[in-house]
Write a protein that binds this ligand. Structure first.
Ligand code: URA
Length: 239
């Protein structure tokens, strides 16, 4: 799906990318900060291909949308509400906080969970990437409080495990015991605190949790607290 920005007025386009208000954009146009390759006169109501525009001599900041893979550190919340603490959005460029549509997380990781988190302003992608119907595997590594019994493997695989306060069983999940108190779990769902609650349901307690993979994506090359851009097309063209 092409970005709706392709058909927007120039002032709406530039404002929606977080450069400033539409009124600010009027000023940027007067100051000559917005240019087109052809050097033609630009007005606020012009509808033009965003790829032909520069701002301060640079191409516009991802006019077709943003999709990034962040290596989330522990201690950051997946929320826009700064009253909840440090937010994952603080790890992204400041201008993105003013983009419209808003940059959002694709699902959530708890404050105490680290690892792979996707963020995007392409809201059409969020459902596609989070719905269990699309069978996207999420792989987590959990550190546990006490030794894990091998019974948990069958229980997680059974598709009958019902979490406290719910009545619909979890979809089957794959559990690999890595050592006494360390396990890797692969899920296709993303219920609230799901991994912690699944281990609680078998009498254990998660003391550390990291998401290692999301579908075919992993954390390689992305240091903690850093992010990398992903190609939106590779997701929008997949079934
Ligand atoms: N499951 C959890 O319990 N927490 C997360 O952050 C992700 C999955």
């Amino acid at each position: 799906m092409p970005s709706a920005r392709r058909f927007a007025r120039l002032d709406q386009l530039i404002a929606s990318l977080g450069y400033g208000s539409r009124r600010d954009v009027e000023g940027f146009l007067r100051q000559g900060r917005v240019q087109t390759a052809g050097g033609g006169k630009l007005s606020s109501d012009l509808r033009i291909d965003p790829d032909l525009i520069t701002f301060d001599g640079e191409p516009l900041d991802h006019p077709n949308g943003i999709l990034v893979l962040l290596n989330k550190p522990v201690g950051y919340v997946c929320s826009h509400n700064e009253e909840e603490g440090k937010t994952v959005y603080e790890l992204l460029p400041e201008r993105w906080r003013k983009r419209e549509p808003q940059v959002v997380t694709v699902g959530r990781l708890d404050k105490d969970t680290s690892g792979l988190l996707l963020l995007t302003d392409r809201h059409d992608l969020v459902h596609r990437l989070t719905s269990p119907k699309h069978h996207v595997d999420k792989v987590y590594e959990a550190d546990l409080d006490r030794p894990l019994s091998t019974d948990a493997i069958e229980i997680f695989k059974s598709g009958t495990l019902v979490l406290k306060g719910e009545n619909k069983p979890c979809l089957p999940a794959h559990l690999e015991i890595l050592s006494d108190k360390k396990a890797r779990i692969t899920l296709q769902e993303g219920r609230y605190h799901q991994v912690r609650r699944m281990f609680a349901a078998v009498g254990n307690h998660v003391v550390g949790l990291q998401r290692l993979q999301f579908g075919h994506l992993d954390l390689s090359g992305v240091a903690e607290g850093q992010f990398k851009h992903l190609s939106i097309d590779s997701f929008t063209t997949q079934k």
